[in-house]
Design a protein around this ligand. Structure first.
Ligand SMILES: C[S@@+](CC[C@H](N)C(=O)[O-])C[C@H]1O[C@@H](n2cnc3c(N)ncnc32)[C@H](O)[C@@H]1O
Length: 242
């Protein structure tokens, strides 16, 4: 992680799945690029050529920080690992990209600030740009934490139950669809009943019901296919509050 706020990542490393991933061989390291600036008084940014608001992160500062950490020209670093610049307009982070990143041996994430990166950082040091959504955050740190959280929980040993990451929203096990609903005790609360099928102990019917709910959430199925089995909306209970 290349960031101006490395202390923020302490919170991330306290999260259980991140701790688990770190305990089983992964590592997460932050580099404060302000500490590697070749400029006096810790300067990392400058005003934009052509005018306009805000400050732009300097290419020489990122060059120096990447070089200090990896010991090679950052232009060559791109041949060894994915160097991801977090930007609002980058490739949207989704489960497919998270799986792709989780399969990598190593990743470098560049967190922008202010008006963003000098374009030459994106052109010559980064392999790609990733966005966590089409909105603008004040900085790349939260976006980098989102990437780390999602990637690390895909790694073996990160979750208490391996199955949790296999069958969850957008996974191959659910054909890329959102997950089905979950319920726990009490089986009835304020008149809201848990669907009978989930209390039936009938694994096949439960699996069919879950697959159906998942398809419905995706909008790819109206639930008509379950009607013959008497399972569409089965046991959902009345809603006394209308
Ligand atoms: C205030 S933003 C810069 C926005 C930039 N001027 C623009 O209009 O695209 C500062 C930094 O926050 C990060 N950032 C903001 N929104 C993001 C998003 N949706 N996804 C990923 N990173 C984001 C980027 O690293 C960016 O360089």
């Amino acid at each position: 992680m290349f960031t101006l706020f490395p202390a923020w990542f302490a919170w991330l490393t306290e999260q259980r799945h991140v701790r688990n991933a770190l305990a089983t061989g992964s590592s997460l390291e932050c580099v404060n690029f302000r500490e590697h600036t070749p400029l006096t008084s810790g300067q990392v940014d400058d005003t934009p050529f052509g005018g306009g608001a805000g400050m732009v992160l300097r290419v020489d500062v990122l060059d120096s920080a990447l070089r200090a950490r990896y010991g090679i020209d950052p232009v060559r670093l791109r041949e060894q690992r994915r160097v991801i610049a977090l930007t609002p307009g980058g490739r949207l982070l989704d489960d497919e990209l998270v799986s792709e990143l989780a399969a990598e041996q190593a990743l470098t994430l560049l967190c922008g600030r202010y008006e963003g990166f000098d374009e030459r950082i994106l052109e010559h040091f980064a392999t790609e740009q990733v966005s966590i959504g089409r909105y603008v955050l004040a900085g790349g740190e939260l976006a980098a934490m989102v990437v780390c959280d999602a990637v690390l929980r895909k790694l073996p040993g990160a979750l208490g139950h391996e199955q949790s990451a296999i069958e969850e929203s957008f996974s191959a096990a659910l054909q890329g669809r959102p997950e089905y609903p979950h319920y726990t005790r009490p089986a009835e609360y304020r008149g809201w009943r848990v669907p009978d099928v989930l209390l039936s102990g009938h694994h096949e019917r439960i699996a069919r019901w879950r697959a159906q709910r998942s398809r419905e959430r995706d909008g790819s199925d109206t639930g008509e296919g379950m009607a013959g089995e008497g399972m569409a909306g089965e046991g959902m209970g009345e809603r006394p509050d209308g």
